[in-house]
Design a protein around this ligand. Structure first.
Ligand SMILES: Nc1ncnc2c1ncn2[C@@H]1O[C@H](COP(=O)(O)OP(=O)(O)O)[C@@H](O)[C@H]1O
Ligand SMILES: [Mg+2]
Length: 456
């Protein structure tokens, strides 16, 4: 059977290959309608091979896309002339575009990446690609030629950020140029073929306004936090996985005045600070030989030599915490970070334990003193039993007494029950305690009610 026959084998509208590729306003149709997927992939593969034969990969990487497109069109026309394939002009153009994606980009993933409503792309082997949009998983009909093809795309993503993935090192993290976070794991660790997970931070993150609108906090609470940030109090955001810590850090960062120099340190750049004067740093895992690792701690030390006004650390996990506390204490007030903990008190214990992990010999009392002097405001985030994310507490550190850090709670969420549908019932309350932070907020001449206005 010729290529033509195989391409034409499917009756109109039975071709499942093209049916459920997510439609987007911006992206072109992802496949040739009604094409036989196998024949189509074969043709594409053939073209790909021809192109790689004619131009070596390095030339391809360097050639401008337009020139590559012309080159491809030429090859395609030759190939089609020889095999008498029934592709019309539109179909040829589409094939050329897909091949361009193939040789310069991420192949079948490109149309998905072009769709801004997609937040996650999950490739479980060459012919199973899921996407998440608006919080819902969908199976797409996007597919790779085979697992080797998928692995080739994975290698391309990973090698672009100077990392390696192969049988001896079958896991890798990387980042796409647009900031999306990528994880790849391949056989033998992934049993059924390469698995690729792409987490995007494309869409606009939740802003202060949105948090009020969906009742994750009250305007008063956010006004207080805005004032804390403006008055350069050090903030610690605490919460479990997926409670919205990074989102909150992003939102709080929006209160940092323009004109301050902010250095951000993250394991995977997720923060989207709006200020102009932001320097973003990202840690680096060790390479295959176990070398070249750059820890958050190294970056904090380096950041201190960059004349920052504030340092924002995506997540405190370990040895960097002492450097962070010292930075907070020595002229970089108004710094912030997040920590994985379920209560404000728990957050302090975690920080204390992390200082211990740093390998520096400090007495418990000294560690606690350092924390008490450095951290001012603790924001606790919780995901309720109904799945809703809220600020459940805003507390501040007041002092140390008898070797224990003392805190007071300024705002809290009081749950009174759940309704028949399982929705949490409760309300946010001001505890009535005058925040210590107010002294400083007043010294800065800040009126919380006023400064929050532009953000609501
Ligand atoms: N207040 C909120 N209400 C609803 N969704 C939220 C809220 N805060 C964050 N999210 C969403 O929850 C998910 C996890 O948020 P993220 O900030 O990454 O959490 P964490 O850093 O704690 O793991 C994201 O999809 C984010 O958009
Ligand atoms: Mg996070």
């Amino acid at each position: 059977m010729g290529l033509r026959d195989r391409l034409m084998k499917n009756e109109p509208s039975t071709g499942s290959f093209s049916a459920t590729v997510p439609r987007t306003p911006s992206s072109r149709p992802a496949t040739i309608p009604n094409a036989n997927p196998d024949a189509y992939h074969e043709l594409k593969h053939e073209l790909h091979q021809k192109l790689v034969e004619k131009l070596d990969m390095q030339t391809i990487e360097r050639l401008p896309r337009d020139q590559l497109r012309d080159e491809l069109r030429l090859i395609l026309n030759q190939l089609l002339a020889a095999s008498d394939l029934p592709l019309n002009r539109l179909e040829r153009e589409q094939l050329v575009e897909e091949l361009l994606d193939e040789v310069t980009g991420l192949g079948p993933l490109e149309p998905l990446l072009a769709d801004t409503t997609i937040s996650d792309i999950m490739v479980n082997g060459f012919n199973t690609v899921y996407v998440e949009r608006f919080g819902k998983l969908e199976l797409t009909n996007v597919r790779f030629r085979d697992n080797a093809h998928l692995q080739q795309i994975i290698v391309r993503i990973v090698s672009r950020v100077g990392r390696r993935i192969d049988e001896s090192s079958p896991m890798a993290d990387a980042r796409l140029p647009d900031g999306a976070r990528v994880n790849a794991i391949i056989p033998p660790l992934a049993i059924d073929g390469p698995v690729l997970s792409i987490r995007r931070f494309g869409g606009s993150p939740l802003r202060v306004k949105d948090m009020v609108a969906i009742n994750s906090a009250t305007p008063e609470m956010l006004a207080f936090l805005a004032a804390c940030v403006k008055a350069k109090l050090n903030c610690l955001i605490s919460g479990g996985t997926g409670t919205g810590k990074t989102t909150m850090l992003n939102a709080l960062s929006s209160f940092i005045p323009e004109g301050e120099r902010v250095v951000t340190i993250e394991d995977a750049a997720e923060l989207q600070l709006q200020q102009r004067h932001v320097v973003r740093l990202e840690t680096r895992p060790p390479n295959i030989e176990g070398r070249g690792e750059v820890l958050a701690r190294d970056l904090v030390k380096n950041a201190l030599r960059m004349r920052p006004d504030r340092i924002v650390i995506g997540e405190c996990r370990g040895g960097e915490v002492l450097d962070m506390l010292q930075a907070m204490n020595t002229g970089h007030e108004g710094s912030m970070t997040t920590v994985h903990a379920n209560t404000p008190r728990d957050a302090l214990s975690r920080i204390e334990a992390m200082v211990g992990m740093g390998g520096i010999n400090m007495s418990e009392t000294l560690i606690r003193q350092t924390i008490a002097r450095s951290v001012n405001t603790i924001i606790q985030l919780t995901r309720g039993t109904d799945g809703k994310r809220r600020i459940t507490s805003i507390s501040e550190i007041t002092d140390m007494q008898a070797g224990v850090i003392t805190m007071q709670e300024i705002f809290k969420f009081e749950q009174t029950g759940t309704d028949a549908a399982g929705k949490v019932i409760g309300q946010f309350r001001f505890t009535g305690i005058r925040p210590r932070a107010l002294d400083r907020i007043e010294r800065y001449g800040i009126d919380p009610a006023e400064i929050i206005k532009p953000y609501l």
